[in-house]
Design a protein around this ligand. Structure first.
Ligand SMILES: [Zn+2]
Length: 156
C-alpha cells in the first residue's frame, strides 16, 4: 500500500479492526519513510450469487451447471456452445450486481426459457418440458401454441 503523503511503499499495519458492520476491515498504517499514519479499508468481495430453491434451501449459483442444462436442451441443434456460455456469463454478471445477489430457481428457469425461446424453438420446448415439468398436457400444448403464434408474427 502506497503512503498517501510521500508515496513510499514501506509501511506497516499498527491496528486492524472490523468496520461497516463486519463487511470491511479498517487498518491504521504507519509509514516508515515519513512517519505519517493513514487508514485503509479492506472490503470483502461479495461474488457469490445464491440460488434459492422452492423448498427454501439455497446453493451457490454455478454457471457451468446452467450452461450444461442449456446445452442438453440444445443437443443436435445448430447453436454454438459459445452462445450459451456467453449468455450464462452475462446473466451471472447481472446477478452479481443486483443488490440481493440471489435468484430463485423459478426465475432462473424463466430467464433460461425466455433466452432459448428467442434462440431455438426445439431447444425451448425441450428445456421447458424438463424444467417446468408441465403439470398437464394442456399446459404443454398451450406453450407450443404460444410458440406458433410467435412464429407467425414474423411472416407476412
Ligand atoms: Zn509516507
Amino acid at each position: 500500500m502506497r503512503c498517501p503523503f510521500c508515496g513510499d511503499l514501506d509501511n506497516r499495519v499498527v491496528d486492524s479492526r472490523m468496520a461497516r458492520d463486519g463487511r470491511a476491515i479498517r487498518r491504521r498504517r504507519h509509514c516508515g519513510a515519513c512517519e505519517q499514519r493513514f487508514t485503509t479499508y479492506e472490503e470483502v468481495e461479495h461474488t457469490v450469487v445464491l440460488v434459492t430453491k422452492k423448498d427454501g434451501a439455497s446453493e451457490p449459483f454455478e454457471r457451468d451447471k446452467l450452461v450444461r442444462s442449456l446445452s442438453i436442451a440444445c443437443r443436435k441443434r445448430p447453436i454454438p456452445y459459445q452462445v450459451l456460455a456467453d449468455w450464462a456469463q452475462e446473466l451471472e454478471r447481472m446477478l452479481k450486481v443486483t443488490p440481493r445477489r440471489a435468484v430463485q430457481t423459478v426465475e432462473l428457469g424463466d430467464k433460461s426459457m425466455a433466452f432459448l425461446r428467442g434462440l431455438d424453438h426445439v431447444a425451448y420446448v425441450r428445456y421447458a418440458s424438463v424444467y417446468r415439468s408441465f403439470d398437464s398436457v394442456v399446459e404443454f400444448l398451450d406453450a407450443i401454441r404460444g410458440m406458433d403464434a410467435d412464429a407467425g408474427k414474423g411472416s407476412p
